[in-house]
Design a binder for this molecule. Structure first.
Ligand code: NAD
Length: 480
């Protein structure tokens, strides 16, 4: 891969950027320059929106195609992405520190899975249903594509989080302007190359790497019909406000501070293992749904603390490109200092540091932080309330199941969660009472066919599943 790119993918062509500004990406494990791309500005966004607008408004274009024809194009895009999967995986891993093993699955593999899933969902449908009207006669109900979508994604899982938007959106007949985060722009170029190779009509997908200011410009652009955002709650509030003023539909996948509720019947030898690590520390803790508040019954508190510290203390930290690594570095120096700030705050608030808390020995380069566990955390402490977005777990004691549920729900957020128990029925009863968009019993694995998203400050709307198609469709009733 040529790590320095000079063009932007707009209107189906590689065009010169309007400014000379560039985004340079620093490797999370090397602290060396990995590559650079043009830093898109407002005029680049204007061009990209105009291209997406023209592609959408073309009366014989993408949005008017038979769904089967669009589905074939999505299959071609899946193939083009899969051809580049190894390169994409390495690029993501080197940029944001995600372990190569995880990146192969979710960044290299899942986008193709999602494209085929949504292609198959729409392939044979007409997008129309005829319903008996209560007033007599019939109503023809049409699902029409919503239009030009501004898709804005973060750096922690850039390919997957782009695919959760463009896969249903393209299947529905929308066109896209994708704005990746400055930390992960090199994989975005590979994505654009795949779009180019797949032969999607010009302007159906446009990619403009840029920072938040240009992102805000894109959100409010008059040529945009819908905004699909994944990122922090702070940015989500600003985007929601802008979309509110414009009455522009928006889906928001935001932050989280989910709870892992260990019930008193759990066999800790089984419960606190690989699945628990996946649920609590996936992607080096840089996962929005991570269950980073571990709720432990007072009757077995010390046992839970021991089990969690043994498992977390035994994780292999190192080069994200090494398949043996279990925890890689933070994505950036800024992200590491944010995580270290929370660790210092946990200490000064009186939480008991059980594991980690420092930079790992022997790793002098790269934005590494030791996987860290605090015990005796009060749910009111800052480390239990705010999203850290790093490998830091807080263990909070509870008295009984009602108390556990109260603590789990005592959060600004509601995105993920997990229950650890020997009795699935009991786990289900607890899961039903948690105010969250998703929750797992004895594991937490996001599933492409099941809706994913948050409540409260974790966002609005759902991605994944057939439900996600509705994010990109308008309903029209034609009374016959
Ligand atoms: P961020 O909000 O700082 O940035 C996300 C993206 O939005 C970037 O592309 C950024 O350039 C852009 N942006 C920022 N402010 C903007 C604005 N006002 N208008 C338009 N665009 C703007 O988040 P981040 O630090 O890149 O990512 C980490 C956050 O993302 C965490 O809070 C995490 O929980 C969240 N996240 C949520 C999910 C989910 O599905 N709920 C998934 C992954 C990450």
């Amino acid at each position: 891969m040529n790590p320095h790119h000079d063009a932007l993918f707009i209107g189906g062509e590689w065009v010169a950027p309007r400014s000379t500004a560039r985004i340079t990406v620093i490797g999370s494990s090397t602290e060396e320059v990995l590559g650079s791309v043009p830093d898109g500005n407002e005029q680049d966004v204007d061009a990209a929106v105009a291209a997406a607008r023209a592609a959408f408004d073309d009366p014989t274009g993408w949005s008017s195609w038979e769904p089967g024809r669009r589905a074939d194009a999505l299959y071609r895009l899946a193939e083009a992405l899969e051809k580049r999967a190894a390169e994409i995986t390495r690029a993501v891993s080197a940029q944001n520190g995600m372990t190569i093993t995880l990146a192969q699955g979710i960044e290299g593999g899942l986008p193709g899975v999602l494209l085929r899933y949504y292609a198959d969902l729409v392939r044979d449908g007409s997008g129309e249903e005829v319903r008996q009207a209560m007033t007599g006669g019939l109503t023809r109900i049409r699902k029409e594509p919503i239009g030009v979508v501004a898709a804005i994604v973060p750096w922690n899982a850039p390919q997957l989080l782009s695919a959760t938007k463009y896969a249903p959106g393209l299947a529905a007949g929308c066109t896209f302007v994708l704005k990746p985060s400055p930390e992960t722009v090199l994989d975005a170029v590979l994505f654009a190359e795949a779009v180019d190779e797949a032969g999607l009509p010009p302007g159906v997908v446009n990619v403009v790497p840029a920072g938040r200011q240009v992102g805000a410009y894109l959100v409010a652009h008059p040529g945009v019909d819908k905004v699909a955002f994944t990122g922090s709650t702070a940015a989500g509030r600003q985007i929601a406000a802008a979309c509110g003023a414009l009455l522009r539909p928006v889906t928001l996948e935001l932050g989280g501070k989910s709870a892992a509720i260990v019930l008193d019947d759990a066999d800790l030898g089984i419960a606190i293992g690989e699945q628990f690590v996946n649920a609590t520390l996936l992607a080096n803790g840089q996962a929005c749904f991570a269950s980073t508040r571990v709720l432990a019954p007072r009757s077995r508190y010390d046992e839970v603390v021991d089990a969690v510290s043994t498992v977390v203390g035994g994780l292999t930290v190192g080069d994200p490109l090494d398949p043996n690594t279990q925890v890689g570095p933070m994505a950036s120096a800024r992200q590491r200092s944010r995580v270290e700030g929370y660790i210092a705050k946990g200490r000064s608030d009186g939480a008991r540091l059980i594991v980690g808390g420092s930079r790992p020995a022997g790793l002098d380069r790269g934005f590494y932080v030791e996987p860290t566990v605090f015990a005796d955390v009060d749910n009111a402490d800052m480390i239990a309330r705010e999203e850290i977005f790093g490998p830091v777990l807080s263990i909070v004691a509870y008295d009984d199941v009602d108390d556990a549920i109260r603590i789990a729900n005592d959060s600004e957020y509601g995105l993920g969660g997990s229950v650890w128990t020997d009795d699935e029925e009991r786990g289900l009863e607890v899961a039903r009472r948690i105010r969250t968009g998703t929750i797992g019993i004895n594991h937490y694995t996001v599933d492409p066919a099941s809706p994913f998203g948050g409540v409260k400050a974790s966002g609005m709307g759902r991605e994944f599943g057939p439900e996600a198609l509705l994010n990109y469709q308008q309903l029209k009733s034609i009374y016959l």
